[in-house]
Ligand binder design. Structure first.
Ligand code: IPM
Ligand code: MN
Length: 353
């Protein structure tokens, strides 16, 4: 029995999580082994009501009592500084040491890409974003705040351990998935210390994988290459900040933010799965949000839990839903969020049988 923590969060996070949960229940039913799903109401409402973001003890509970966490999205205009969102999201990423942010860029149907004359074969790679340090470390501060002489610092923290483990993970993933090329991207031509470390560690790690071709692009050139010739990429590994930026670009290549999924992973711990998109408050509760990114996050979670075959059912069902235009408007259909979830569940039954 797999125990899964469900955090719908805010805005459309709630709408898409409902469909993701439907998919999980459908898979559990087919397997004859239902998942145990426990919902947690962490988000803006709880924060505004009780002042609580991520409660004390939550991390230990997730670490010790759950096999995985599913997160919808966080962010609410009533909390302009995003305090609850960063406490919860970064609390989970940093607190559970989820150092791998695994973001596939996989075009499931050629009709969805904005790139001219590109098909499924051209857009199929994974991005590994370092997820626990870099510019996201929260190290820095203000000096003479709100004065004309104000100074603000935001330190880019790169540790040898942190850089090595994400690059190692990328090579291990390639080796384990029959892939032949790993691309590292940094800005070592300008960031002479932090990204010099990335360069040196990359050389050390690549030497352990002589069968895998290792190459490098500076991040600015990488963005250009992702648009110009995405077919060259199999595995991309990069730092936290650059990974954040290029995964939005990657999302567009596969059909938009509504289509992109991610896993925040610690290979030996409880990992967390979420769509890449945010809470999109203006669409919340309107039955218009695309649930496929969230459903594909479920697919990643199933694979992570060792359920490769059910994960395949989910992906195949999503592919068929797109082909049959059983989708929301952003990807060519006319259905609402709930109807897409229902359609995918029906397709899962037929794929699995
Ligand atoms: C993401 C998001 C977050 C990030 C935001 C909401 C802080 O953009 O998961 O990509 O920057 O990591
Ligand atoms: Mn982002």
């Amino acid at each position: 029995m797999k125990r899964i923590a469900i955090i719908p969060g805010d805005g459309i996070g709630i709408d898409v999580t409902r469909e993701a949960v439907k998919v999980l229940r459908t898979v559990g039913e087919i397997l004859g082994r239902p998942f145990e799903l426990l919902e947690f109401d962490y988000g803006a409402d709880k924060y505004l009501r009780e002042g609580i973001t991520l409660p004390a003890g939550a991390l230990d509970a997730f670490r010790n009592e759950f096999d995985a966490i599913f997160l919808g999205a966080l962010g609410d205009p009533r909390v302009p500084d995003m305090k609850h969102a960063s406490d919860i999201l970064f609390g989970l990423r940093f607190g559970l040491d989820l150092y791998v942010n695994h973001r596939p860029v996989k075009l499931l149907d050629a009709a969805l890409t904005p790139l001219k004359d590109r098909t499924e074969a051209d857009v199929n790679f994974v991005i590994f974003r370092e997820n626990t340090e870099g510019l996201y470390s929260g190290v820095g501060g203000f000096f003479k705040k709100d004065s004309p002489d104000e100074v603000a610092t935001q330190l880019d923290i790169n540790t040898r351990k942190g850089v090595e483990r994400i690059i190692e993970y990328a090579f291990q993933y390639a080796a384990g998935h029959g892939l032949t090329r790993v691309t590292m991207s940094d800005k070592s031509n300008a960031l002479r210390y932090g990204h010099d470390l990335w360069q040196r560690v990359f050389q050390v790690v690549r030497a352990r994988y002589p069968q895998i071709e290792a190459n490098h692009w500076y991040i600015d050139a990488l963005t250009m290459q992702m648009v110009k010739n995405p077919g060259q990429f199999q595995v991309i590994v990069t730092c936290n900040m650059f990974g954040d930026i290029i995964t939005d670009l990657g999302a567009q290549l596969q059909g938009g933010m509504g289509m992109a999924a991610s896993g925040n992973i610690h290979p030996q711990g409880t990992s967390m799965f979420e769509p890449v998109h945010g809470s999109a408050p203006k669409y919340a509760g309107k039955n218009v949000a695309n649930p496929l990114g969230a459903i594909l996050a479920v697919q990643m979670m199933l694979e992570h839990l060792g359920l490769a075959e059910p994960a395949r059912w989910v992906e195949e069902a999503v592919v068929q839903a797109i082909r049959q235009k059983k989708t929301t408007r952003d990807v060519g259909g006319t259905l609402g969020t709930r109807q897409v979830g229902d359609a995918v569940c029906e397709l899962i039954y037929s794929v699995a049988s």
